[in-house]
Design a protein around this ligand. Sequence first.
Ligand code: PAF
Length: 284
Amino acid sequence: MMKVIRTISELQQELSVQRDAAKSIGFVPTMGALHQGHASLVKRSVVENDVTVVSVFVNPTQFNDKNDLKNYPRDLQADCVLLEGIGADVVFAPEVEEMYPEPDTRVFSFAPLDTVMEGGCRPGHFNGVAQIVSKLFYAVAPDKAYFGEKDFQQLAIIREMVKQLDIKVEIIGCPIVREEDGLALSSRNMLLSAEERERALTISRTLFASVDYAASHSLARTKSFVEEAINATDGLQLEYFQIVDGNTLQEVKEWGDSDYLVGCIALFCGKIRLIDNIKYKEVK
Ligand code: PAF
């Protein structure tokens, strides 16, 4: 039977029993409003660990926009139904006061990873992510933690954060899950009107088309191809599209500049901000 826990002390009590019994702990941090993308992380954790903990916490310190925080979808009951159905063992759903009894004044630097893309457009966002994820890692002390590649920059920053803070956890990146028509799953999709959702399809369609385009065009031309397609779609407002080295997240100029190339996009669809990404090259 899945347990829903509200406090860090109760969580630690529960997990110390599991650890004493030599059980491995997998952890999936979320902000709730769960979809099949989250479910894919939880299912993987259930397969790879004895105990799976999922946190559901809308973290105020990572929102640079008050309205975005206010409108962020919340439905703990529906989340718990989904999580119980796929085998999660513990849901940790604290109140804000539990995670931040006092303001967290820690300031992180993950430069140059956090100065580009989302870091440039959403000041303070990754600092807030690092604050909450580090607190959650201290509370759960998982063996493995699972993050989606849709938040590609977040994943790179979490990897850097655990190095800097010397937190012993294996960070596992999991592939983007898409709707059948290609739209990357996101909790924010439920805020789109039917018309906006239709427009949002241009994002994945353009990214997929750009992979074919890239086969016979320069990187600069491919970048323009994506930018022009988004700009030509009514109701979409491009924030950035960058083709970056998948490790350093720095923009590259030529296809030959790296063995790991990812195109990252952020845009507004109406009032809703969406991100997505596509791999052009990944030599493992
Ligand atoms: O990716 C998210 O949902 C959030 O940024 C995370 C990692 C749960 C931290 O609040």
